[in-house]
Design a protein around this ligand. Sequence first.
Ligand code: 5RP
Ligand code: FE2
Length: 220
Amino acid sequence: MLKLAPSILAADFKKLGQQVAEVSEAGAQYIHLDVMDGAFVPSISFGMPVIGSLRSCSDRVFDVHMMVEEPGRYINDIKEAGADLICVHAEACTHLDRTINQIKEAGLKAGVALNPATSLSVLDFILPEVDMVLIMTVNPGFGGQKFIPYTLDKVRALRRICKERNLETDIQVDGGVTCDNVRELIEAGANVFVAGSAVFKGNAAENTKAFLKIFEEYEV
Ligand SMILES: O=C(CO)[C@H](O)[C@H](O)COP(=O)(O)O
Ligand SMILES: [Fe+2]
């Protein structure tokens, strides 16, 4: 099933709760929460208190994208705040296997994120252990950037590897995803689509529905 994960980074922070409720009611399956520490990426976004406050606004999957050095330090706190799925960057974990296990032992779904220039080879041994791989389609740190075209090949290659290994791993794409390029990403093998600006700039409910309508073209 194809899933939309609106990234609240592009929402109006004055009415965050309302915006999260709006996209949830419009049918988005995930809420994508970008936690940035000012070290792994240049920006600082928000953390546990904001995630915790939003939990009562939506019953959707809270998908926390940790752009944080050594995120293992925060797994329990992020879980307590209400996360369902935690995705950590391979580049930010000295002990990636340990961090993935920490997430799973906390009873949550575990994902690993890769920057655009990071090779898929880092997944060789960890792939069967994770529920999702997040392929960054921009360099992490900011919303509203332009999609990097070569990441399409990376998605295709990862879907091929998953098929060869008989794995039904979710492939999430994040950065510069729009209604204009989402079909290419679906055809490349992605199945979870993060969209910040393309959802929250303008009417968030209508934009959500526009993505879901495209997804229907691919549902059998
Ligand atoms: O992880 C992220 C940035 O690092 C965001 O999820 C991403 O940028 C979404 O925003 P947009 O759809 O506007 O590109
Ligand atoms: Fe993200």
